[in-house]
Write a protein that binds this ligand. Structure first.
Ligand code: F6P
Length: 327
């Protein structure tokens, strides 16, 4: 028999992502609808350890659906890697009588949830909130769509000046371990090359194709690189390209944290609302230690352990599309 939850906590952890506020709102309001007491844990796992936990009401989440960032704030909490930290966190939850937890975050936050739920008797439900989309088992993660759209807007602007000057541009987007932002924003802006951590970068091929283009007087070339690409970041690539194409004008733009901010897109608000609602339903149904994902537009409950053990895969066909469309 599933234990009935009566007081739940919600937190955001790791890198923030546009749409986290919409997810918090959905958790709080669905919880209240079911007659639960809902608590917001500030700064992710850090607030659990430091007992920075506040009661949430329906009105605490008014007027936030359209806001980027997270009203609960977030942190990458080193103390939670240690069992001592997790013990303190559990004791604080017990003190408040919290008997269910919703964790909105990415891969690292889910790892923390796995350890915590294995050590202590508290159901943890994850909501995939990360601009990187690096969570196995969901077509969407909260924030990804907004981040890609932010990157597209910036790249389109850079393309105007790149084209006017006949330059090669290397644009670095976020993604330490995952190339989805690079892949999606690169395809959507017609990039000639997209470099991602999931696939080995063949710099020799890129150099040869640029040299061949230079001979044809096609001097404009857009390269989108994920920050975690195996060859290194945009500046390393610029250096080697410049050595091999001394006449080319090669410029770098690093988009950085601009990709993490801003008002969430319609898709991000929608999936955040659905995931938040279903996370509370999960707790009500007695599910534990799963995350709420969306596959083929249906909700799926995937064990957190499975999510952290598996990696997403960007297949070779994507790269074929990039090559054909940019030729
Ligand atoms: O949240 C994911 C992410 O934006 C990665 O793409 C990036 O590598 C990392 O966070 C940057 O983290 P920080 O904000 O700590 O610099």
């Amino acid at each position: 028999m599933a234990k009935k939850v009566s007081r739940i906590g919600v937190l955001t952890s790791g890198g923030d992502a546009p749409g986290m506020n919409a997810a918090i709102r959905a958790v709080v309001r669905t919880g209240i609808y079911h007659g639960l007491e809902v608590y917001g844990v500030m700064r992710g796992y850090q607030g659990m350890i430091e007992e920075d936990i506040v009661r949430m009401e329906g009105r605490s989440v008014a007027n936030i659906i359209q806001r980027g960032g997270t009203i609960l704030k977030t942190a990458r909490c080193k103390d939670f890697y240690e069992v001592e930290g997790r013990k303190k966190a559990y004791a604080n939850l017990r003190k408040k009588g919290i008997d269910g937890l919703v964790i909105i975050g990415g891969d690292g936050s889910f790892r923390g949830a796995v350890a915590f739920s294995q050590e202590f008797d508290i159901p943890c439900i994850g909501i995939a909130g990360t601009i990187d989309k690096d969570i196995y088992g969901s077509d969407f993660t909260i924030g990804f769509d907004t981040a890609v759209n932010t990157a597209i807007q910036a790249i389109d602007k850079i393309r105007d000046t790149m084209d006017a000057h006949d330059r090669i541009f290397i644009i670095e987007v976020m993604g330490r371990d995952a190339g989805y932002i690079a892949l999606h924003s690169g395809i959507a802006t017609g990039a000639e090359n997209i470099l991602i951590p999931e696939r080995k970068t063949n710099i020799k091929d890129i150099i040869e194709s640029l040299q061949e283009k230079e001979r044809r007087k096609k001097l404009v070339n857009l390269i989108v690189v994920a920050e975690g690409d195996d060859f290194g970041g945009a500046y390393e690539i610029q250096k080697i390209l410049q050595e091999n194409l001394p006449k080319a004008e090669i410029r770098v733009a690093i988009l950085g944290h601009i990709q993490r901010g801003g008002s969430p897109s319609a898709i991000d608000r929608l999936i955040a609302s659905r995931m938040g609602y279903h996370a509370v339903e999960c707790l009500m149904e007695g599910r534990h230690n799963v995350f709420v994902g969306i596959l083929n537009n249906k909700m799926h409950y995937i064990p957190l352990e499975k999510a952290v053990k598996n990696k997403g895969n960007i297949g070779g066909e994507w790269m074929k599309i990039v090559k054909i469309l940019a030729s």
